[in-house]
Design a protein around this ligand. Structure first.
Ligand code: NAP
Length: 548
């Protein structure tokens, strides 16, 4: 096709939208805000009936931030920061959803959002340089740019246990906890799974149900959340400190106020180490993980010493020594998987109505119409809660049929793990931008902080294109290869690479994601390095990317 013909073909096939954002969660809302401010013809397509993403879906009891609320909220508007009162240090799901709705309404974003729009496929049409989206129900939408704000943990996974469909009571994955009130009083409830979600649910419902039976495959290393209310006076102090708070978040690897202890583990005495750990255990939030000695993450010896410290804490809190031992992880050390923060979790097991079933000892054989059968006995339940996690990071991409140049499927390209440039661009998939995607800085940080820096970079990219009249951008295969190797190399020093957690792509319920093959999902260099790298790329005219 000659150039003139190509120009004509493109003009004839002008897309319906300049930008389609997929997902109305934290990332989608901020991405939309920036695009609306820039006057772009943009819309959000959201599968759910309303906005909120993670905070729309996860309605299970106990669901709340593990990030300090005031470090989680958006930082882009002083007015918003001054108006919003976070009521708790770690705010709960209903309040978080209210917050996101408040933001959308305040900035009049809702009118740019379309709900109940589940995208089944997204195909790049090279002849006219646009994306063709097919929605459930048959609607078709075209767009020049496709920006995915899919979330990292939005493809829930159920276990594969025979008989699941036969259960006569209520059963659901935590992600799909019903919107209407679930009556728990007087009920016999099972929870399968003891990750960050299971730990929150168990702590929250133990004293509300008649009987709670926890089916645990592997325990996690949990630490206290130490939540508290935020008074008007405290909120005023927080507001006065917002600049400092966000500056600290920008400086720390995890995007939190928690800064790593700069002393070397081996430089201080065992007594001093213990003093630090006692202090961190009593403090709120992720300090126990992120303000610890850095060697905890990379060196087996410090990790073992600290893990022993936490094991003793568990023994002190759980009255029955046999139960305490079952709750102490033996196959991995502290912090190599995502640390669940808990509220009354260990104390739940001191209650007469709570039982722990170790399914390594007595495996679940099947779900029966009335409950769960293990190799040892039958249990009867009214409700079964599956807190069994997610096909993390790439799962929500895999669930859409995304095809790039020449019909290449993203699912195939990423079959052995994601390959990206900066976690936001993919060679062979022009004009597809994966905000907070695999291998971006977001996944291992306080999500919204990573999201904001990702979206800000995307806006620089789009402004660069609009200013120069470019309509097509794509990462080069070389830049993508270098980035993916860079991300992979960082795993080589981390104890996490051996762990059975979602950071490495492990999920026993997803074919091909069983233990053994590390997928390089997460950029482990920390937020400041990530931001400085993407800023440098932008300043160098978006090196590693081709424009047309
Ligand atoms: P998860 O950490 O992947 O935990 C899933 C749990 O289910 C694990 O205990 C797992 O056991 C168990 N499980 C999975 N399949 C099973 C099967 N077939 N049979 C028996 N047990 C099975 O998932 P999650 O707890 O939902 O947490 C995922 C992530 O969401 C967290 O790491 C965190 O990043 C995020 N999250 C955040 C918050 C917050 O910020 N407040 C709260 C909750 C979750 P194994 O360990 O043996 O695989």
């Amino acid at each position: 096709m000659g150039q003139q013909q190509a120009v004509k073909a493109q003009a004839a096939a002008a897309p319906e939208y300049e930008v389609v954002i997929v997902g109305a969660g934290v990332a989608g809302i901020y991405q939309l805000y920036r695009l609306v401010q820039a006057g772009a013809n943009a819309t959000v397509l959201e599968a759910a009936p309303d906005l909120g993403g993670t905070w729309f879906w996860n309605r299970y009891p106990g669901c709340r931030f593990d990030s300090e609320s005031y470090t989680y909220g958006f930082s882009f508007s002083k007015e918003l920061l001054n108006e919003w009162h976070w009521k708790e240090r770690f705010s709960s799901q209903p309040e978080n959803l209210r917050y996101l709705n408040y933001v959308a309404d305040k900035f009049d974003l809702r009118k740019h959002m379309q709900f109940n729009c589940k995208i089944e496929s997204a195909h790049y049409d090279e002849s006219v340089n646009l994306w063709r989206l097919h929605l459930a129900g048959g609607r078709q939408v075209t767009t020049r740019f496709l920006i995915t704000c899919l979330g990292l943990l939005s493809a829930p996974t159920m276990p594969r246990i025979p008989g699941m469909e036969s259960f006569k009571g209520k059963s659901f994955h935590t992600y799909y906890w019903p919107q209407e009130k679930v009556e728990l009083a007087g009920k016999k409830v099972a929870v399968i799974g003891t990750g960050a979600t299971g730990v929150q649910v168990i702590g929250a419902i133990a004293d509300q149900v008649a009987e709670l039976t926890v089916f645990q495959r592997r325990p996690n290393w949990c630490a206290p959340l130490n939540n508290s209310a935020i008074s008007e006076a405290e909120m005023a102090q927080i507001r006065a400190r917002y600049d400092e708070i966000f500056a600290t978040c920008a400086r720390t690897p995890g995007g939190f106020e928690h800064e790593p202890d700069r002393r070397g583990f081996y430089e201080v005495s065992a007594e001093e180490r213990r003093k630090l750990w006692d202090k961190l255990y009593a403090e709120p939030g992720f300090g126990i993980w992120l303000s610890n000695f850095r060697e905890i993450f990379t060196d087996e010896v410090p990790n073992a010493e600290f893990s022993a410290y936490i094991a003793d804490r568990i023994r002190q809190r759980v009255k029955d020594p046999a139960v305490a031992e079952k709750l102490i992880p033996k196959d991995h050390g502290f912090g190599v998987q995502r640390v669940p923060l808990e509220t009354r979790y260990y104390e739940a097991y001191n209650r007469d109505n709570v039982k722990l079933v170790d399914i390594q000892e007595t495996p679940i054989e099947r779900i029966t119409p009335t409950g769960i059968r293990t190799s040892k006995q039958d249990y009867e339940f009214d409700i079964i809660v599956y807190a069994t996690g997610f096909d993390a990071i790439t799962g929500s991409f895999d669930r859409i049929d995304i095809r790039g140049v020449g019909g290449q499927k993203l699912r195939d390209k990423w079959a052995d793990g994601p390959i990206t440039y900066l976690g936001m661009e993919i060679s062979g998939f022009p004009n597809l931008i994966t905000v907070a995607g695999p291998q971006s800085g977001s996944a291992s940080t306080n999500f919204p902080r990573g999201i904001e820096s990702g979206v800000d970079w995307v806006m620089k990219l789009l402004q660069h294109m609009w200013k120069n009249g470019y309509t097509r951008v794509e990462a080069t295969p070389e830049a993508e290869e270098r980035w993916t190797q860079h991300v992979a190399k960082m795993y080589s020093t981390m104890l996490m690479r051996k762990a059975k957690g979602w950071f490495t792509g492990y999920n026993s319920n997803v074919e091909g994601h069983e233990y053994g093959r590390v997928r390089y999902f997460v950029y482990n260099g920390g937020a400041p390095k990530f931001v400085s790298r993407i800023t440098e790329v932008a300043e160098q005219g978006f090196k590693g990317m081709e424009f047309a």
